[in-house]
Design a protein. Structure first.
Lengths: 94, 622
């Protein structure tokens, strides 16, 4: 499951980053995109909840990511692998 | 210089929006811009302080960053300063990692990265007041031991903890001298190393920081509304609408007062001084010229009150979120919204804040379109023409028609910025834009004192401009409009024979097709120094011609046609009437090419827009 597949209210845990086939990765390089996502906190085990989505195309997304809030475009969210099983969601709820 | 007196250099490094600049201001007494969104500081700033032991220190405030692996130009500044790569400047001797005590996860990883640089490092847990209020329990000693660096707690906005921080500098001074001789040992972490560092930081956090007892639920609830796709968008437009209505309606009483004051002053000068050059210089040049610009002070103050309030509240990043998709359609990066919004104040900080955009083409596009958003220097021009030509009526029962037209002009500005960006990014420079990743800061109730101080600072800047650039231009215009005196026996107004008259008439063939009179042409040239000067120039020119008895608004209403007035407005929406903007573009792009491109495209747009407006308005209004 990828973060880009989720909608408002969904919660879960970040499981990894997979930049293969990602449009931005072609321009930036896979490692670069991965490092940027890591540096802002999309690291394995991070808890998140989708707070809001934009008006057009439900883009961008606002997330609660551990203790902070971040906004990103759905395109970037496509590189983030997530786990939204019941256990993961329970782990991510406050 | 003796060893003890040589100042130690300290750099403030940290994630964006953690309070580095607030700390810098508190330590050095500086007044650098502070606001509640990431990416406020984009330059290196230096200031001085003295430690409790009497040691002088130089403090460097730097742009915020998540890592030393700089991606955007602002982060490059931070990396280069910390690593001593900035044109021959040695690396700072001590690093202070400034952290938001309520949001430690990412900054702990940065602290681990900074430790590798090999300079003495202090962790300043800033915003400690908020951490205490939320009941976050931080085991300071344990955290310090786990990280292997000293920790101090600070509240930058209340000037708390500054002495402890500086005392820590004293304690590290000896070590700093030893370390300064060592080469710096930083290298880019790989993704694997980043993950490892994250795990280390996570473990340290778990061991020494307990989650808040009273978490901030306010931000979440506010975001439920302000980021809501429908409600949030409506609120964004309502705020902008209210802002421009306020600029127009709230300011009127104060403006009338100032206007009356200058009129009285002008009359006084005319009564007391004998007719002649001195009287004309004071009444027509200084009072009619500078005075007609100063009238707009209340509007400028109101606009800045709104902007600073929203910035401190934490709304800017939300506005960027809501507008991201629209920016995306125009081919702009989501972060471009903050530079564009800052350009409402002035294009210069707007253009500089484009440094937070990593991709070069995204950044250049943002720079090129930033001057199309309506800066505060256009307010006087817009207000003057609107007051003269748009009836002061209330529409829909609550909105002032004049305010509505003003709002419309702002909307035209922002839409044309988006359209030009679209043309550049979708038709000329087609490429994917960079990831949009932005941290949304917690809301903070703005400190009214801070907001007022910010507003007053802007007022001061405006007054200083009026006293220097604008005054100088007025003197110039007065001289040009007064000399040479008409030859004996000349017919018609004296001003027709002056340099200003000659210049205006010389430009007329080019500007007549867009409906400009020679007086308007004269106003454009000095208007390059600062847009407001155009208003002052009109004041002076009509005053010298003896046609400015009832005030500039009445004069324009009588002398200009509706079509010309609208064409003048259209010109000012687009024209690059500001040399300082072009100079900043040159600095930010390292060359004359881009300022030239900007000048050319904006002038062309202005001419076409004014031409079209004039012709259409002529057809409509006759
Ligand atoms: N309550 C509280 N607010 C603070 C404190 N320090 C800073 N702030 C607020 O935090 C916000 C960010 O402050 P800045 O000083 O602009 O942060 P910065 O680290 O320089 O930000 P960038 O330049 O964007 O990296 C502002 O709204 C400040 O008023 C503090 O100690 N306590
Ligand atoms: Mg700053």
């Amino acid at each position: 499951m990828r973060l880009s597949d989720l909608g408002r209210g969904d919660r879960g845990v970040v499981r990894g980053i997979d930049t293969h086939g990602h449009a931005d990765a072609a321009e930036l390089g896979h490692e670069e995109l991965e490092r940027r996502l890591l540096e802002i906190g999309f690291v394995e085990g991070a808890h998140f909840q989708v707070l809001q989505e934009g008006l057009i195309g439900r883009d961008p997304m606002a997330l609660k990511l551990d203790d902070m809030r971040v906004a990103l475009r759905r395109r970037e969210a496509g590189a983030i692998l997530v786990d939204v099983t019941a256990e993961a969601a329970a782990e991510a709820s406050p | 210089m003796s060893e003890a007196a040589r100042p130690i250099r300290i750099a403030l490094v940290g994630n964006p929006n953690t309070g580095k600049t607030s700390l810098f201001n508190a330590l050095t007494g500086a007044r650098q811009k502070v606001a509640n969104y990431p990416g406020v500081t984009v330059e290196r700033k230096e200031g001085a302080a003295v430690t409790p032991a009497g040691r002088p220190v130089r403090i460097l405030d730097l742009p915020g960053t998540y890592s030393l692996r700089a991606r955007s130009p602002d982060e490059v500044v931070t990396r280069d300063v910390v690593l001593g790569r900035l044109n021959g400047e040695a690396a700072p001797e001590i690093l202070v990692c400034v952290a938001d005590a309520t949001n430690l996860r990412l900054v702990l990883r940065l602290a681990l990265e900074l430790k590798q640089v090999g300079r003495p490092l202090v962790l300043a847990l800033n915003m400690f007041d908020i951490a205490e209020r939320q009941g976050i329990r931080i085991d300071l000693e344990g955290l310090s031991r786990a990280l292997g660096i000293p920790i101090v707690t600070t509240v930058a906005v209340r000037k708390r903890g500054l002495d402890t921080l500086l005392a820590q500098v004293d304690a590290l001074a000896g070590q700093a001298q030893g370390a300064a001789a060592q080469p710096l040992a930083w290298r880019e972490p790989s993704a694997t190393e980043l993950r490892q560092a994250h795990r280390d930081a996570e473990r340290i956090l778990r061991d020494h920081v307990k989650p808040p007892l009273r978490p901030d639920t306010w931000t979440g609830r506010m975001d439920g509304l302000l980021l809501h796709p429908v409600a949030g968008t409506i609120i964004l437009f309502a705020i902008l609408f209210l802002m421009f209505q306020a600029v127009f309606t709230w300011a009127t009483p104060a403006m009338d007062l100032i206007d009356a004051g200058f009129t009285a002053l002008g009359d006084l000068v005319k009564e007391t001084l004998p007719e002649g050059l001195l009287q004309s210089f004071l009444a027509d040049g200084v009072i009619a010229g500078v005075g007609s610009v100063l009238v707009f002070l209340p509007q400028i103050l109101i606009l800045f009150f709104f902007i600073i309030f929203l910035e401190d509240f934490g709304y800017m990043a939300r506005a960027a979120f809501l507008m991201d998709r629209m920016m995306g359609v125009a081919g702009l990066h989501g972060r471009a919204f903050i530079p564009l919004l800052s350009s409402f104040a002035c294009a210069i900080p707007g253009i500089m804040s484009a440094r937070v955009i990593d991709n070069k083409r995204d950044r250049l596009t943002t720079i090129l379109v930033a001057p199309l958003t309506t800066c505060s220097a256009r307010i006087p021009v817009y207000t003057l023409v609107i007051a003269a030509f748009i009836p002061d009526r209330t529409v829909w029962g609550f909105a002032s028609l004049q305010g509505l037209v003003m709002f419309g002009l702002y909307a035209v500005g922002i839409s044309s910025a988006l359209i030009v960006a679209f043309v550049i990014r979708r038709l000329i420079w087609r490429s994917a834009s960079d990831p949009f990743l932005i941290e949304l800061p917690s809301y903070k109730l703005p400190d009214l004192k801070n907001v007022l101080r910010g507003v007053l600072t802007r007022g001061q800047i405006f007054l200083t401009r009026a006293g220097t650039t604008i005054f100088a231009m007025m003197v110039l215009i007065w001289v040009l409009a007064t000399f040479p005196a008409p030859p004996p026996g000349a017919v018609g107004p004296a001003i027709d024979y002056s340099f200003a008259g000659m210049i205006g008439h010389a430009m007329l063939p080019v500007l007549a097709p867009i409906g400009f009179s020679w007086e308007m042409a004269v106003a454009l040239v000095p208007g390059m120094a600062a847009r407001e000067v155009a208003v002052g120039a009109l004041g002076t020119v009509y005053s010298i011609a003896g046609e400015n008895e009832a005030g500039l608004v009445a004069t324009l209403a009588a002398k200009w046609s509706m079509a010309s007035a609208l064409a003048f407005l259209a010109w000012y929406v687009f024209a690059p009437q500001c040399l300082s903007t072009l100079a900043v573009v040159k600095r930010e792009t390292n060359g004359w090419f881009w300022p030239f491109v900007m000048f050319a495209y904006m002038t062309a747009l202005a001419y076409v827009a004014a031409f079209a407006t004039f012709r259409i308005a002529q057809a409509v209004f006759g």
